[in-house]
Design a protein around this ligand. Structure first.
Ligand SMILES: Nc1ncnc2c1ncn2[C@@H]1O[C@H](COP(=O)(O)OP(=O)(O)OP(=O)(O)O)[C@@H](O)[C@H]1O
Length: 282
């Protein structure tokens, strides 16, 4: 695949890539083109990267950013991804925090059940995300939430962990990541719990004021987090958070169970909304 895209402005940058908005030459179809900083990859990492792209192309789910493929051009390697035109969940959470506005429970389940659908699909394909967090949940103007930045995080994980220990954003890591337990499917479920908590509290559960890495690991290991705002959210929502944020991975739900429960809650709140609209006309 050669470069069939008109590349426009840079829309973002990560530790190992720059991302550009681009349009397919023939169809004008918009994509996010991720240009990998190849110099930061060894030959083996590059090989894993290519394998990963093949794997990602097999994922077909409306709640996961689609990977169209990769190509090399003039010593640069690009990955072509579905373009999300409405920012990411972190941006939305920040906006609510700045405006002093909480998400309604209906919006929380609306986004969260979609995120669970994406994780369910990845886990069904035996793919771990490893870096689920609001910044990696992309949004579209049609109201879709899509999990992005996956797969590559597997290759970059060691390097990224190093990068993150510098900037200190390990708030979403499961306790077993800090021990011999290693990372597995239930670690992604822990991260789901962190995201659900953050949608309610507008801050991550383990993001304490002025804490060092040791204090953070301790809080994660002992599962200490402040309660979500009182009297705003249902018992089921609080239960969902605590079942994901459980130190023993075996006690957390799997992705299928999480998706089922979140979809039922979404349906319940959507029905309530429709009933309200019928009664009051708004
Ligand atoms: N599919 C996409 N659609 C729209 N914007 C995107 C897409 N993918 C990435 N971006 C934008 O590009 C930015 C950088 O993304 P990238 O994946 O390179 O790095 P990151 O995930 O932010 O950081 P790091 O890789 O260091 O963890 C994102 O924050 C986002 O603004």
């Amino acid at each position: 695949m050669t470069c069939n895209y008109k590349i426009s402005e840079k829309i973002g940058e990560g530790a190992f890539s720059e991302v550009f908005y681009a349009e397919h030459n023939a169809s004008n179809f918009p994509v996010a083109l991720k240009k990998l900083k190849i110099e930061s990859l060894s030959e083996d990492e590059m090989k894993s990267c290519l394998n990963e792209i093949l794997l990602l192309q097999k994922v077909n789910c409306e709640n996961v950013i689609c990977c169209f493929g990769g190509f090399k051009e003039s010593n640069n390697y690009y990955i072509s991804l579905e373009y999300a035109d409405a920012g990411d969940l972190e941006g939305l959470i920040t906006m609510n925090r700045q405006n002093g506005r909480l998400f309604s429970e209906r919006s929380i389940w609306f986004y969260f059940h979609q995120i669970c659908a994406g994780v369910k699909e990845l886990h069904a394909k035996r793919i771990l995300h490893r870096d689920l967090k609001p910044a990696n949940i992309f949004l579209t103007s049609k109201g879709k939430a899509k999990i992005g930045d996956l797969g590559l995080s597997r290759i970059f994980s060691l390097k990224t962990q190093f990068a993150k220990s510098i900037v200190g954003t390990e708030y979403y890591l499961a306790p077993e990541r800090n021990s011999q337990g290693g990372y597995h499917f239930k670690s992604d479920i822990w991260s789901l719990g962190c995201i659900l908590y953050e949608l309610c509290a507008l801050r991550s559960p383990f993001n304490g004021e002025q804490q060092n890495a040791y204090a953070l690991f301790k809080r994660i290991e002992t599962c200490q987090f402040p309660p979500i705002p009182a009297n705003c959210y249902s018992r089921q929502l609080k239960y969902f958070i605590s079942s994901c944020l459980t130190v023993k991975p075996a006690n957390r739900p799997n992705a299928e169970q999480a998706h089922l429960a979140a979809s039922l809650m979404n349906k319940k709140f959507e029905t309530l909304r429709l009933q309200y609209k019928k009664q009051f006309g708004k």
